[in-house]
Design a protein around this ligand. Structure first.
Ligand code: SF4
Length: 401
């Protein structure tokens, strides 16, 4: 069909291959749904910033707006607090007077906020298409099947699941049901030590099933716990038996889920070599979601909070190459004009799902709340919420919390 061929198809029923405009129409086969009830403001609306200000002021203390570090500048300026996903969920829980928690982040973060906040608080995600490709790489039926494989191999009773915050509520609930814990990129080493202690300690033969980010699991186990690289195996949910033999599972200490972050996973050792060649005395600082080879080639490794603190403390005039999401790196470069801050790879783009939350969606969500209409509410079912809370509480009980 020619691009100019007229069509009588209703706008809300696009052809399977049609490009859906943001906020218009739904394609449940490919996305969580992008339909917005009412009118989504145009991105070109010159009054958008003013509309956001007015809606925010009208909501007052009834709303609390959370902004993840990777959000767009146009959105983060309206956040009451910024941070990583766990910090944001705790901040929301600490404000029970806020009836609405507007989460500018991605779906799993809003789920965690719903789990940690009270029943009287309603969590809103301005665009339901703001998912996370990493979290989506571990579906609950795949993980249940994987556990059956571990049972058949005779290793499940010696295995503790540990899931990264960046996972769905269903995976966190699975972890809680099986005596495991949630972790963040800041405390993954503490969580892993605790998990190994439940099955005979680091020097024993017990195992951890780490989901969904293989890179964070591997980097933590090898670099911070001193396990050999050969002790890590990758469970591929798309292959029978995870692509592993029962003997490989029995020999392993870290069973890594085959998942990764589409942003951090793209940095390469070549990026590190190139920036070192281009910028003398550069310090390369990367997130532990990067590949093991990249982390090994870097000078420093740490979570987003670690990266922010490291640049706060850096000497004026020092040069840095940062391997994390671009929105955050750009803001850090603007905040530290006295330091040379480079993005580790100039060809890597923003996190596409984080970027789904734009000013039109934020305005639409807040104006809807002002009008008495709660849109895009995120609700975790009660049973999953209970068991996910068990796993989150286990994390809070780890040393250092
Ligand atoms: S940066 Fe990576 S882990 Fe974070 S939301 Fe985007 S895809 Fe998910």
């Amino acid at each position: 069909m020619s691009l100019t061929t007229p069509t009588t198809r209703a706008f809300t029923e696009p052809a399977p291959s049609a490009l859906l405009l943001l906020g218009r129409g739904v394609d449940l086969a490919s996305e969580r749904g992008v339909e917005c009830v009412g009118d989504l403001p145009a991105a070109s609306d010159p009054d958008l910033v003013e509309r956001a200000r007015v809606a925010r002021a009208a909501l007052g203390d009834r709303a609390f707006v959370l902004g993840h570090h990777y959000q767009r500048d146009e959105v983060i300026r309206f956040a009451d607090v910024t941070g990583d996903s766990f910090k944001l969920a705790r901040e929301a829980a600490a404000r029970p007077e806020a009836e609405f928690v507007v989460f500018c982040g991605v779906h799993f973060m809003a789920e965690s906020a719903d789990i940690l906040t009270s029943d009287t608080q309603q969590v809103v995600l301005p665009d339901l298409a703001a998912g996370c490709s990493m979290a989506d790489m571990a579906a609950i039926d795949q993980v249940e099947d994987a556990w059956d494989v571990l049972v058949d191999a005779g290793v499940a009773e010696h295995t503790v699941p540990v899931t990264y915050m960046n996972s769905t509520a269903a995976i966190k609930a699975f972890t809680g049901r099986h005596g495991g814990t949630v972790c963040t990129s800041s405390n993954a080493h503490v969580a892993l030590r605790w998990a190994f202690d439940q099955v005979g300690g680091l020097d024993g033969t017990g195992k951890v099933l780490f989901m969904p980010d293989q890179h964070l699991g591997r980097n933590t186990a090898v670099r911070l716990l001193g396990l050999p690289l050969e002790a890590c195996v990758v469970f591929d949910p798309r292959k029978p038996g995870g692509g592993l033999t029962a003997q490989q599972l029995r020999d392993a200490r870290m069973i890594l889920w085959r998942g990764h972050c589409s942003v951090h996973g793209r940095f390469s050792p070549r990026n590190v070599a190139d920036i070192r060649a281009a910028v003398p005395d550069v310090t390369v600082l990367v997130h532990p979601e990067c590949q093991h080879e990249v982390v090994n080639a870097a000078d420093m490794v740490g979570s987003t909070e670690y990266i922010i603190n490291a640049l706060d403390k850096a000497e004026p005039g020092s040069s840095w190459a940062i391997g994390t999401e671009l929105n955050l790196v750009r803001r850090l470069a603007n905040a530290h004009p006295d330091k040379q801050i480079h993005y580790l790879d100039s060809t890597v783009c923003f996190c596409s799902t984080m970027n789904r939350i734009d000013l039109p969606h934020l305005v639409w969500a807040m104006e809807s709340l002002v009008a008495g209409r709660v849109v895009n509410r995120i609700v975790v079912d009660a049973d999953d919420a209970h068991w996910a809370r068990v796993a989150l509480d286990q994390m809070l009980a780890l040393p250092g919390y």
